[in-house]
Design a protein around this ligand. Structure first.
Ligand SMILES: *Cc1c(COP(=O)(O)O)cnc(C)c1O
Length: 393
């Protein structure tokens, strides 16, 4: 079984570039040039040097001993929360800003949900001195106030989007519209393994540093490069794609993605795409999505803005369909309990998104002699208001 994208941009039956005619020029240029640019030695040298000295990589692989004791197993946390700007998102934006420069672009646009991708994009635009416009659902602007302020301080223009349910999907639509109107000077930095080819493959490659490091770190700590399983939360699926990437061709490594069940997959208030979705086209990619019988997108819901998306990257659609990866879902309630558990057992306050992966530890069988790596995609600073409201401190 092949889990890499083919020349036409497909993972099995999923992916492709279902773009409007108006976007052809932008996408065609990227498809033709992305591999030649990012595989170039000079590019790799600059990318790796920024990952090391600017992002702060390698991120530690931490043996969580009290959490391990609690589950009677061996649990390691891949500490993407310790990256500059607080999540895995910067791995991708550093790669894409270098690519944008090679393409001669001077203006950057992005969409953002939790604000982490907007923040990571505004950060690299400041780093390289490029103009930055971030589209963000108006509801998310409200619930992620601290990230909005940081983006503005970094010099980005934050544009609130009032259509739909005013969250990530709506922001993505607006960003695509902008790109169509500005094909010449603008690069669109998509924040996950979603959208038209080549984005899912390009973003997965930039994020694959996560699993590349895991292998080296596991070998050192456990004597084997391969863990029993890798778990990660899935919104669009970029931290999961990065965490799975170098294990895809090792079937003995179980891969588990965890979606946001919201108030429960049996309710209408959910964002668990693979649990309730069906195949269709969303944001120019064939994948699973949440839709009604007429093909209208149903509005997703999750307590976590970063997972509040009605689609999923085509790689994950393929891993799901082929059975290579398993997908679970955790409810808001389960996630908040997992936040508190990690905080009290390890002294780490995780992001709401990342806590979905932690919550799924309750749902699987863990053996004493097995190593499980959980990708801790981000830190909880941005979610403090939610935590304070819920826990009542
Ligand atoms: C954005 C975000 C996610 C969700 O995005 P993926 O592309 O699915 O990884 C998960 N965790 C954190 C901390 C985020 O900021």
């Amino acid at each position: 079984m092949n889990y890499q994208v083919n020349e036409k941009g497909y993972y099995g039956e999923f992916g492709g570039a279902w773009i409007p005619e108006m976007m052809f020029a932008n996408i065609d240029e990227l498809q033709k040039r992305y591999l030649e640019i990012i595989e170039n030695d000079d590019f790799k040298t600059e990318f790796n040097s920024l990952l090391k000295d600017y992002v702060g990589r390698p991120s530690p692989l931490y043996y969580a001993s009290r959490l391990s004791e609690r589950y009677g197993s061996q649990i390691y946390l891949k500490r993407e929360d310790l990256n500059h700007t607080g999540s895995h998102k910067l791995n991708n934006t550093v790669g894409q800003i270098l690519l944008a420069q090679k393409l001669g672009k001077t203006r950057i646009i992005a969409e953002t949900g939790a604000g982490q991708h907007g923040l990571a994009t505004a950060t690299v635009c400041a780093l390289k001195g490029l103009q930055c416009v971030v589209y963000m659902g108006a509801l998310d602007v409200k619930r992620q106030e601290s990230n909005v302020k940081k983006m503005k301080m970094l010099g980005a223009e934050v544009v609130p989007v009032y259509s739909g349910n005013q969250t990530l999907k709506d922001a993505t639509n607006e960003a695509m519209r902008d790109w169509i109107s500005n094909p010449g000077d603008t690069h669109y930095i998509i924040g996950s393994v979603v959208g038209p080819h080549p984005y899912p493959d390009m973003v997965a490659r930039f994020q694959s540093v996560i699993s590349a490091e895991m292998k080296t770190q596991l070998l050192e700590k456990t004597g084997s490069e391969l863990p029993a399983r890798v778990m990660a939360c899935v919104g669009g699926g970029s931290n999961a794609a990065g965490a799975f990437y170098h294990f895809l061709d090792h079937p003995e490594v179980e891969l588990i993605g965890v979606e946001a069940a919201g108030k429960g997959i049996e309710t209408k208030e959910t964002a668990a795409t693979l649990a309730v979705g069906t195949p269709g086209v969303l944001h120019a990619s064939k994948t699973y999505l949440m839709q009604n019988r007429d093909g209208q997108i149903t509005e997703p819901y999750s307590i976590s803005a970063g997972l509040d998306y009605p689609g999923i990257g085509p790689l994950h659609a393929h891993l799901f369909k082929t059975g290579r990866a398993r997908y679970l879902a955790a409810t808001d309630e389960e996630v908040l309990q997992a936040v508190l558990l990690l905080t009290r057992l390890e002294g780490i306050i995780p992001a709401l998104e990342s806590a979905h992966a932690l919550a799924a530890l309750e749902k699987i069988t863990l053996r004493p002699d097995e190593a499980t790596v959980v990708c801790l995609s981000g830190r909880g600073d941005k979610d403090m208001q939610t935590y304070l409201d819920y826990f009542g401190y």
